[in-house]
Design a protein around this ligand. Structure first.
Ligand SMILES: [Ca+2]
Ligand SMILES: [Ca+2]
Ligand SMILES: [Ca+2]
Length: 220
């Protein structure tokens, strides 16, 4: 989550800000983008948040109000080998449960040896609530391709220099998924929107390296 030293204006009919990631063709790790305006002018993100809707918003495979809980693993437990993938060192590493489509595990792989559960978190479980986007990968002989969604609303979905990395505040919807109008925004929050395993790549995780006011840059 981040804030700005000024309000990003919602210019009618134009994209208003860009979210920088590291997506390129076949390597999209889409994240949900949320925006908020500092309505009470206290400089803090304690105002209503709105999701930006994109091409998957009305996709029947998108799960709205998805709730997922991750459980702290015992780092000294006996690893469970994967039946076919040699590079998975523990196929029962971090257990997760969800309100839709049940449960599973985040695998540990030889490519990422560190502890995956956030070490600064005291709680033995972490719950997140949000939108889960449809899986965007295809696999051919254990080579994964992470396809981009068609348009809008998603961070780390399309290359930074493309219009697919630009966002229009007019895409904002409320918790009832109805369009809302905001004159501008002061805060942006982004989270990974897919829950899938991609072989040697590991799990999908949205990268964000910056958010840019397109009007300030006078690119729009
Ligand atoms: Ca706009
Ligand atoms: Ca990425
Ligand atoms: Ca505020």
């Amino acid at each position: 989550m981040g804030g700005f030293d000024h309000t990003i204006e919602n210019v009618p009919g134009k994209a208003d800000f860009a979210v920088l990631g590291n997506a390129y063709a076949g390597n999209s790790e889409p994240g949900i983008v949320m925006v908020s305006a500092d309505i009470n002018k206290n400089g803090k993100p304690d105002d209503p948040w709105y999701e930006l809707a994109g091409s998957e918003h009305d996709n029947e495979k998108t799960i709205h109000n998805y709730e997922i809980t991750y459980y702290r693993p015992d780092e000294n437990k006996t690893p469970v080998p994967h039946p076919s993938l040699f590079y998975v060192t523990d196929a029962a590493y971090i257990k997760w449960t969800a309100n839709v489509n049940g449960e599973g595990y985040v695998y540990k792989t030889t490519f990422h040896q560190q502890s995956y559960y956030p070490q600064w978190i005291d709680s033995d479980k972490m719950q997140f609530i949000g939108t889960r986007l449809p899986d965007n990968n295809t696999v051919d002989n254990d080579t994964y391709t992470l396809h981009s969604y068609d348009w809008g609303g998603y961070a780390d979905n399309m290359p930074n220099n493309s219009s697919g990395a630009q966002f229009d505040i007019d895409w904002a919807v409320d918790t009832n998924r109805k369009k809302v109008h905001l004159d501008g925004i002061d805060f942006v929050k982004i989270y990974t929107g897919v829950n899938q395993f991609n072989g040697r790549i590991g799990e999908s995780s949205t990268e964000v390296s910056g958010v840019i006011d397109l009007h300030l840059l006078q690119q729009q």
